[in-house]
Design a binder for this molecule. Structure first.
Ligand SMILES: NC(=O)c1ccc[n+]([C@@H]2O[C@H](COP(=O)([O-])OP(=O)(O)OC[C@H]3O[C@@H](n4cnc5c(N)ncnc54)[C@H](O)[C@@H]3O)[C@@H](O)[C@H]2O)c1
Ligand SMILES: CC(C)[C@H](C(=O)O)[C@@H](O)C(=O)O
Ligand SMILES: [Mg+2]
Length: 357
């Protein structure tokens, strides 16, 4: 029996609700395929701040470093909004990503056929469906540049610096080109090269990397246009590669085309198999503790973990199948329900998915 050591960070708000759901599904996979998934729960985010006065205790990072993969729910919430930046729950997320070297964030936006109704775009725009993957650079850019306050001629001002090295751009570009090669061989690189120096280096570097992938068609697009094109004609995209903040924003936008932010999973990867798997959504304070959250984004993140960190493709596809079947059977959580239909809670939706494993 293979043993897999998984660090589990439930986090804040709906984090614990969706992580508990996903772990139930993973346990079912373990039973069926005879894998031993071992969990070590560690604190990060607001809950960790409350206990340790530190959103990312060193022990948490260390346990994550020593595990085979990390599952994370979500961090943050209004309770901690007035804290200084380095004490905020969100700082834990950045610390984990940087500390574990997870520079490549894969965010697949797939519209399940059964959810066409939940997609706000007209059927003729959606056509055959939607399957986009946003490859977001995760450990550079404005999230990690110098920030602070300084005196200007307009008075005291705050600043955040967007900075990218060529090497950081090269390694994320390679991830995206490799992925495009395995898919439709079309890659869109999104930047703001008409204004930002970091984007001009981005574009130049992506073009250089492209020389090693002559079979992939590379398109460049400015981020404002990309935001518009995503809802005008999403079919034109397959793999999108972009820097940290643009990827954050565009992936939330793409999630809505799949019906809800509650549907979008993610994998954060580095140089080895170890990854962190988390839903794209946040702690959803408005519905936290009510048992209403859609667990599918987290359950699909587990499917990504099985595929990318453990190389268990059949098990991963089994989860995808179970989710698809639940949706085909008409089961919906509140965020993807059509008018008049009954919405299932987190636990009920999880039970339906479990039955389909
Ligand atoms: N990875 C993370 O941990 C992460 C990601 C995004 C935001 N956050 C943090 O979460 C907090 C709230 O942020 P926000 O409100 O901007 O974004 P959010 O994603 O938490 O919520 C946005 C909206 O989507 C809904 N929603 C989100 N997930 C859902 C789900 N699974 N099922 C049903 N509905 C869902 C929420 O109810 C809310 O109306 C902030 O502190 C933010 O910094 C954390
Ligand atoms: C909470 C925040 C720091 C985070 C990000 O911007 O990366 C979130 O929005 C995400 O998409 O994972
Ligand atoms: Mg985000």
């Amino acid at each position: 029996m293979m043993e897999y050591n998984i660090a589990v960070i439930k986090g804040d708000g709906i984090g614990p609700e969706v992580v508990d759901a996903a772990i139930e599904v993973l346990n079912e996979i373990g039973k069926k395929y005879k894998h031993n998934f071992k969990y070590e729960e560690v604190l990060a985010g607001g809950v960790a701040y409350d206990v340790y006065n530190n959103p990312l205790p060193e022990e948490t990072l260390e346990i994550c470093r020593n595990s085979d993969a990390v599952i994370l729910g979500a961090v943050g919430g209004p309770k901690w909004d007035d804290l200084p930046g380095d004490k905020r729950p969100e700082a834990a997320l950045l610390g984990l990503r940087k500390g574990l070297g997870l520079y490549a964030n894969l965010r697949p936006a797939i519209l399940f056929e059964a959810l066409s109704d939940a997609c706000p775009l007209k059927p003729e725009i959606i056509g055959e469906g939607l399957d986009i993957c946003v490859v977001r650079e995760l450990t550079g850019g404005i999230y990690f540049g110098d920030r602070g306050y300084k005196e200007t001629e307009m008075g005291m001002a705050a600043y955040d610096i967007m900075i990218y090295s060529k090497q950081e751009i090269e390694r994320i570009a390679k991830v995206a080109f490799n992925m495009a090669q395995k898919r439709s061989k079309i890659l869109t690189s999104v930047d703001k090269a008409n204004i930002l120096e970091s984007s001009r280096l981005w574009r130049k570097t992506v073009e250089e990397v492209a020389k090693d992938y002559p079979d992939v068609t590379l398109n460049h697009m400015y981020v404002d246009n990309a935001a518009m094109q995503l809802v005008r004609y999403p079919q034109q995209f397959d793999v999108i590669v972009t820097e940290n903040m643009f990827g954050d924003i565009l992936s939330d936008e793409a999630s809505m085309i799949t019906g809800s932010i509650g549907m979008l999973p993610s994998a954060s990867l580095g140089e080895n198999n170890k990854g962190m798997y988390e839903p794209v959504h946040g702690s959803a304070p408005d519905i936290a503790g009510q048992g209403k959250a859609n667990p599918i984004a987290t359950i699909m993140s587990i499917a990504m973990m099985l595929k990318y960190s453990f190389n268990l493709s059949e098990e991963s596809e089994n989860i995808e199948f179970a989710v698809k079947k639940a949706l085909d059977e008409g089961h919906r959580t509140l965020d993807i329900v059509s008018k008049g239909d009954n919405a299932l809670g987190t636990k009920e939706m999880t039970q339906v998915i479990l039955k389909n494993i």
